[in-house]
Design a protein around this ligand. Structure first.
Ligand code: ADE
Length: 225
């Protein structure tokens, strides 16, 4: 997979891809992440990338020319499966969306800034708009990192234990059951007996029942309740 990230603040997104699992994915060649500083396509001597909104109002709007030039240049180099704009008014990110994106080959993430992008950029280039939740960040960069993380960890070979992505919360529509490790008892708090029993069928049933119980308790909406 290849992800191209267009931003006015690419430096905000370096460390997630230089650390731990995402770094390993990059080092193993399972994903290529390329940053593009929008300023390089800015207009004139000052490399302008934003201007005041028509009709007035607070905040600046990202100009169409630099965005169109940048996105057109990238799109002339290869076929992209999706050009994704990170924005609070997009579709809320879910595991289902991450799963769908994880089987694509080439993705562009566009990070919004200031008040957002000129509407016509959406019409010209954007194929998908994603929000990471009903709150507003200072820009799309951290949202792009969240989206990239959710997608990259699903690529075959990224996680050591292939099973572990399959048993994530949400992957089967349920939250994860409680998990425990040694010691079997701590300050009087005991690990459920069944997990020490060695009976894999009973353990599997317990995991399922607990996942159901926890989902009903914390997120009944996931069960349609
Ligand atoms: N940019 C600003 N807030 C955002 C959000 N919640 N999701 C995605 N992009 C954003």
């Amino acid at each position: 997979m290849r992800i191209d990230i267009v931003s006015v603040l690419p430096e905000l997104m370096q460390s997630p891809f230089e650390t731990s699992i995402l770094k390993r994915a990059v080092d193993k060649g399972l994903v290529e992440v390329h940053f593009h500083h929008l300023r390089e396509w800015g207009i004139g001597k000052h490399r302008q990338i934003d201007d005041e909104p028509y009709g007035g109002g607070a905040g600046m709007v990202m100009l169409i020319e630099p965005l169109d030039a940048c996105l057109s240049e990238l799109k002339s180099q290869r076929d992209y499966d999706e050009v994704i704009y990170l924005t609070p008014d997009g579709e809320t990110l879910t595991q289902r969306i991450a799963n769908t994106l994880s089987i694509q080959k080439n993705l562009i993430f566009l990070c919004g800034h200031y008040k957002g992008i000129d509407q016509r950029v959406r019409e010209l280039h954007i194929t998908k708009e994603i929000s990471i939740g009903d709150f507003v960040l200072t820009g799309g960069e951290l949202a792009a990192c969240v989206l990239a993380d959710s997608v990259i960890r699903l690529l075959p070979g990224v996680l050591n234990d292939e099973q572990s992505a399959l048993t994530d919360s949400f992957q089967d529509g349920l939250l994860s059951p409680p998990i425990y490790t040694r010691p079997a008892e701590y300050k009087g708090l005991k690990v459920p007996e069944i997990l020490l029993s060695g009976n894999s069928k009973k353990i599997e049933d317990w995991h399922y029942e607990e996942a159901l119980r926890i989902t009903r308790e914390k997120r009944p909406d996931l069960l349609g309740e």
